[in-house]
Design a protein around this ligand. Sequence first.
Ligand SMILES: Nc1ncnc2c1ncn2[C@@H]1O[C@H](COP(=O)(O)OP(=O)(O)O)[C@@H](O)[C@H]1O
Ligand SMILES: [Mg+2]
Length: 268
Amino acid sequence: MSTAPRPEPGRDGVAVRLRDATIGYGDVPIVCGADLTVRHGEAVAVLGSNGSGKTTLARGLLGLATVLDGAVEVLGAPVGRLRERDRVGYVPQRHTVSGAVPATVREVVSVGRLPRLGLVRRLGRADRAAVAEAVAAVGLADRISDPVASLSGGQQRRVLVARALAAQPDLLIMDEPTAGVDAASQEALAGVLAGVSAAGTTLLVVTHESGPLAGVLTRAVVVDHGRIDYDGPLAEAGPPGGDCHHPAEDAPTGYRVDQLRVTTDGGL
Ligand SMILES: Nc1ncnc2c1ncn2[C@@H]1O[C@H](COP(=O)(O)OP(=O)(O)O)[C@@H](O)[C@H]1O
Ligand SMILES: [Mg+2]
């Protein structure tokens, strides 16, 4: 299968290594003192309540948030110094493909090949094959020529996954891939990720509910208030599905426990 990763993913077979890492924006630390080693081929869930720092952690691995202290290495290189950036795939935390330009599924997924092309090179046969394969992998082969805007939200999320897959990354980072996605698409996504993982790609999936992907992700890292407070088997990370929460956990970003207004579960 052409989605198989290239050899030598990183020194010592380590895909991601954080050493006492503090990650934030500007000079504001959000994730603090994080230690984490993800070996190549692992499938890891990053769990935690809203605002705990999951997205910041993921963005820190992509050079999109600032490493303020400690060390962050991705595929054997300090973050930001990785030459082959196409070896890291990213599906950002966004529900749909937005944009004013009406693009087809094929066009959006083809963007995933761009880092692999030379400056003026057009997509070659291998590129087109990789695009078609990625679209088929997410179950949208019959929609490849359709405008993305005509797809459901869940299908659009799958298009973004296909775009990342088309680059055939060694490390695939996804932020809330199942959020706002219908049950059928969640199931399809779980199947896709199972295949990608079986092919050897390292997966790091940020989610606040691991249920839909529990069969794929085996290890969990739980972020709480910017700190990693659990790292171990997903099955032991909390009640089934990782759906453990007390009322404050669902509070919107910026919620403070000392605020006077207290809302019950149903109101959140
Ligand atoms: N671009 C940013 N600049 C400053 N602070 C941010 C930015 N993005 C997120 N934050 C803050 O970082 C904290 C963690 O956010 P985030 O990493 O998005 O959490 P999660 O993904 O777990 O919901 C929140 O308090 C949020 O307000
Ligand atoms: Mg987030």
